[in-house]
Design a binder for this molecule. Structure first.
Ligand code: AHR
Length: 354
């Protein structure tokens, strides 16, 4: 590949990374068919017909008050998910949504927001936990106040489903398993890999490790060099990967990045080490945001497993059913696909919504 072409690719990659860093920074002062996972009690989220569900304003005309204990700025996926929830629980749809993003991902700010929603007596609480542990007391208080709690994306640890109505999320175990299955095909003669993880203590990180290991553990020819958190960030993904490549004389064949931003950062580090992402080092990510699909189309990433963030309608359907006293499953899986080639990425780009 001639220098100018590589410079073009690097420039394009840097642009994508810059956007994702921008998304992460602003405001910071802020399955395909699962198997023996928590998803066993799960059902696939059939897209609710939001048209009639949405426009059904409360009989008494009073808006349904929803407290959304959210994560806040944390990258492209989070921005898409939280915007979709806010757009869905709109005034037109009969809701009064109170959006409470965490301050710098700090759990205490989330627990404080949760407590004020309980004290205020909102009708429903939506919770995306920045950390899995430490929610028992808050959830018990909501239960005492008969305020249903719906988990958005993130789980709690320990996972006591008697403390909440349902969790709505793609199947982290299944999505991650699909990445591992791709890695097995990408390394027919074996090879070495490194994992860029999300922050410790976040439920999806453990679930994604379990999904990956459920396949890779039976492939001794695929060797783990190590794993390290890069906090969902492109910057940290780049700096961690720079260190790992140096420490291993560039002898890494696959990088499993638990989200797009970390993978995009890793691709920059691979380029700056004089290697070619997609050839010398193959990088796989989870999320499927536009920046990653563009990088896959350009050959910088090699595999992208979608983690569909657009499940506002599913949450709305659950809220309606719950307030109507209807039972729902304790885990509702949001269907998500995979992209394993530049062609597949090219095809998806024109209609990509996130
Ligand atoms: O919980 C989902 C994860 O959180 C996404 O994969 C990541 O991008 C986000 O920040």
């Amino acid at each position: 590949m001639n220098i100018s072409k590589r410079l073009q690719r690097t420039a394009a990659l840097a642009a994508v990374v810059a956007v994702s860093i921008g998304l992460a920074a602003c405001g910071s002062d802020d399955d395909s068919g699962s198997d023996d996972t928590a998803a066993s009690a799960a059902t696939d989220a059939a897209a609710p017909d939001s048209s009639d569900a949405a426009t059904e304003a409360p009989a008494d005309g009073e808006a349904i008050s929803v407290g959304f204990v959210a994560v806040g700025p944390e990258g492209a996926w989070r921005a898409a998910n939280e915007a979709n929830v806010q757009e869905t629980f709109s005034e037109e749809n009969g809701f009064d949504l109170k959006y409470a993003p965490a301050t710098n991902l700090d759990q205490k700010s989330q627990i404080d927001a949760f407590t004020s929603f309980v004290d205020e007596g909102v009708d429903v609480i939506l919770l995306s936990a920045t950390e899995g542990a430490g929610w028992e007391d808050s959830l018990a208080r909501a239960q005492e106040a008969e305020i249903p709690v719906i988990l958005i994306d993130r789980g709690i640890d320990p996972d006591d489903s008697s403390l909440y109505v349902t969790r709505i999320a793609p199947d982290n175990f299944g999505v991650s398993k699909s990445v591992a299955e791709w890695a097995v095909t990408a390394l027919p003669d074996g090879g070495k890999y490194f994992v860029l993880e999300g922050p410790a203590g976040v439920s999806v990180v453990n679930e994604r490790n379990d999904g990956w290991n459920s396949v890779i553990d039976s492939h001794p020819e695929i060797e783990k060099v190590g794993a390290q958190t890069a906090n969902w960030s492109a910057e940290e993904g780049k700096s961690v990967m720079e260190t790992v490549l140096k420490a291993n004389d560039n002898d890494i064949q696959v990088v499993f990045a638990q989200n797009d931003e970390m993978g995009l950062g890793a691709a920059l580090a691979v380029e700056e080490a004089g290697l070619v992402p997609g050839e010398d080092v193959k990088i796989a990510t989870i999320d499927g945001t536009k920046g990653a699909i563009e990088a896959l189309a350009a050959g910088q990433l090699s595999f992208v497993a979608e983690y569909n963030p657009l499940f506002g309608d599913t949450a709305l359907d659950v809220v309606r059913k719950t307030l109507a006293g209807e039972a729902v499953d304790s885990y509702i899986i949001v269907p998500s696909g995979t992209f394993d080639s530049p062609e597949a990425a090219q095809e998806a780009l024109p209609t990509r919504q996130f």
